[in-house]
Design a protein around this ligand. Structure first.
Ligand SMILES: O=c1[nH]cnc2c1ncn2[C@@H]1O[C@H](CO)[C@@H](O)[C@H]1O
Length: 341
């Protein structure tokens, strides 16, 4: 058996909670910054960028995140970012990824919705041809922009309806952004066949997760780590098989959790809550999906069998057709068997 990092690097995976702009690598950020003659606080130098991606708190993280969003100014930038994100995911043996994109933020910066959707769709199809990876879209509402953003995000989702669009989400800060107010837009999105995957319980308590379940019809929860504080919620998530999309390093870098050793992931798993392991905004957090699997293996004391089970759990939580889930799961099983020889 090879060492665990090597095993993880070759393990077929899916990723369910990873943000489009949040995945812009230092090289991509440098290229985007260079395209716009340095009219941005975002450093083009990868070293300086690593320091720039250090966050005082969650609000500061969102502020930095939006400064990178400002670098994306036209459809070519959108295409470049999307295709490169797909390349990096495929390098990590990701076969399928549900990428969270925030059309409101780009349309609000002057990129017309049709051009934005055409760019992500063309990059998605090219990535499938170039790298063999299947991408799907979650359109999320940037919560800090409130109900106008909800309305515009839904409009773009329903009017443009790109082929890859499968889910509807809610990102940004939770503090001061109560979930119930978004119910009318989630109701319309779900009625149109989009799956509901809001963030909740990342920086606020279990009540935000209850709201996301009861008011927004959440089928999965982005983060949801504060569920560990509420035994009734843990039992509900476990009984109803509602998966949490866990990104351990994200929670430490945004100060949602003091340290990895204090991360609630072991308690969530012990309570029988279904989870998937994700990277959220990997370059911003100085991590990769493979690194997050290694973190989970350490926190959960897993070997190759346990890590392969984490990958299977993510496949089971994916909004994939059963035949596709079976295909990727069989790949995981075959890989584990071959690594054991
Ligand atoms: O970990 C996260 N939690 C919440 N929002 C996030 C996270 N990572 C990226 N975003 C993104 O922050 C933007 C705010 O306007 C949104 O685009 C949201 O998708």
């Amino acid at each position: 058996m090879t060492d665990l990092p090597t095993f993880i690097a070759g393990l077929p995976k899916v990723e369910l909670h990873v943000h489009h702009v949040g995945s812009a690598s230092p090289r991509i950020v440098a290229e985007l910054a260079a395209r716009h003659e340095g009219r941005s606080p975002v450093p083009a130098d990868p070293e300086a960028l690593a320091d720039y991606f250090a966050f005082r708190d969650f609000a500061h993280f969102i502020e930095v995140y939006l400064s990178v969003v400002d670098l994306i100014r036209d459809a070519d930038d959108v295409w470049l970012l999307t295709h490169e994100v797909a390349r990096e995911l495929a390098r990590q043996q990701v076969r399928y990824a549900e990428l969270t994109v925030t059309p409101y933020s780009h349309v609000n910066r002057g990129i017309p919705a049709p051009a934005f959707c055409e760019a992500i769709e063309d990059a998605r199809k090219r990535a499938e041809a170039d790298f063999g990876i299947a991408l799907r879209w979650c359109f999320d509402i940037p919560g800090e922009a409130g109900l106008p953003a909800a309305e515009q995000t839904l409009r773009i989702a329903l009017d443009e309806r790109p082929d890859g669009l499968i889910s509807f989400g809610l990102g940004g800060p939770e503090i001061g952004v109560p979930r119930p107010q978004f119910k009318p837009w989630f109701d319309q999105a779900r009625a149109a066949g989009l799956r509901s995957v809001p963030h909740a319980g990342e920086t606020t308590g279990p009540e935000t997760i209850w709201d996301a379940l009861r008011e927004l019809g959440a089928e999965r929860i982005g983060h949801g780590i504060s569920a560990a504080q509420d035994p009734a919620l843990l039992a509900h998530l476990a009984e109803q098989r509602i998966p949490l999309e866990i990104s351990p390093t994200s929670n430490v870098r945004t100060r949602a959790v003091p340290s990895l050793d204090e991360h609630p992931l072991p308690r969530l798993v012990d309570a029988g809550v279904p989870i998937s392991i994700n990277s959220d905004d990997p370059p911003m957090f100085g991590t990769t999906l493979n690194d997050e699997y290694a973190v989970a293996a350490r926190l959960l004391r897993l070997g190759p069998d346990g890590v392969a089970a984490l990958a299977r759990d993510a496949v089971a939580a994916a909004f994939l057709a059963p035949a596709e889930q079976a295909r990727i799961t069989a790949e995981i099983d075959a890989y584990l068997a071959s690594a054991a020889r």
